[in-house]
Design a protein around this ligand. Structure first.
Ligand code: ADP
Ligand code: UDP
Length: 234
């Protein structure tokens, strides 16, 4: 595989072309943002850790029937993936109330939800990622009903699989964000699965082991990311 031109630089990753038109190289940066880019910083070593955690989850999901863009880990910060036609949605799955749901539903952080809740956000930095429902998604031609059904099925399966893996490591999966794309007409899981886009709490102490430590200036950010990697892989 030969690394080609830079295709895109985002907030947390850089995407490069390769000599294969169907494959991309994703480089994980240490940069961190919060509040739709309002807060900027770096989390030392985050890129290396998120590359490892994402590869771990994508492999576990593949073994259990959830297909993703992941091909292989190439270096400490680089992952080879299938080039997808990205669906401009962020799919959020929630098991326990946290973050924006506290205000929206008026429930205290930590309240369990009776069933997992799926939300859609429009992936648009200009608009601040507004929440959408299925009607908006159809009206904007972002995805078909069939694709939304597949996305919801794969998101709930991902939730069940991740919860099981994490529970055995004494970690509760509070909520997380996924992205999907199309490859030869098939919907595949994409992007990353890491403490940047999941909320992980220690089951006993409820200590936050994710990006909320950065968002809320709680300190111990690098240590929390490393702790999740250690628990998953040691
Ligand atoms: P953002 O765009 O939100 O700042 P990142 O810094 O994480 O995000 O950049 C990664 C970009 O690559 C995102 O826009 C994401 O949608 C996109 N992406 C992730 N996986 C793939 C893939 N397999 N094919 C094409 N694009 C992808
Ligand atoms: N999330 C994300 N990117 C976003 C918005 C949310 O990865 O642009 C993740 C976030 O890490 C959390 C879940 O989605 O695990 C739910 O986030 P919430 O809507 O509560 O976001 P907040 O308002 O707290 O950013």
């Amino acid at each position: 595989m030969i690394k080609g031109n830079q295709l895109y630089e985002g907030k947390a990753k850089v995407v490069y072309e390769t000599d294969n038109p169907d494959e991309l190289l994703v480089y994980f940066k240490d940069d961190a943002t919060a509040g739709n880019g309002a807060k900027h910083g770096t989390i030392d070593g985050k890129g290396v850790i998120n590359n490892k955690i994402s590869a771990f989850f994508f492999k576990q999901l593949k073994d259990r029937g959830v297909k993703s863009h992941f091909i292989e880990t190439v270096s400490a910060r680089e992952m080879l993936v299938k080039k997808l036609d990205m669906i401009k949605l962020e799919i959020i799955v929630r098991n326990i109330v946290a973050g924006s749901l506290v205000k929206r539903l008026g429930l205290p952080e930590g309240t369990p939800l009776a069933v997992p809740v799926i939300e859609y956000d429009y992936k648009s930095d200009e608009l601040g990622d507004p929440m959408l429902n299925r009607w908006h998604i159809m009206a904007l031609n972002l995805a078909t009903i069939d694709e939304m059904n597949q996305i919801e099925h794969m998101s709930l399966a991902t939730n069940t699989i991740m919860r099981g893996i994490l529970k055995a490591k004494n970690v509760d999966l509070i909520d997380f964000k996924l992205e999907f794309g199309r490859f030869n007409g098939e919907v595949l899981l994409a992007d990353e699965i890491s403490p940047d886009n999941c909320r992980f709490w220690d089951t006993e102490t409820h200590e936050k082991l994710d990006k909320d430590r950065f968002r809320q200036d709680l300190g111990g950010v690098e240590e929390a990311y490393q702790e999740i990697l250690n628990r998953l892989t040691m």
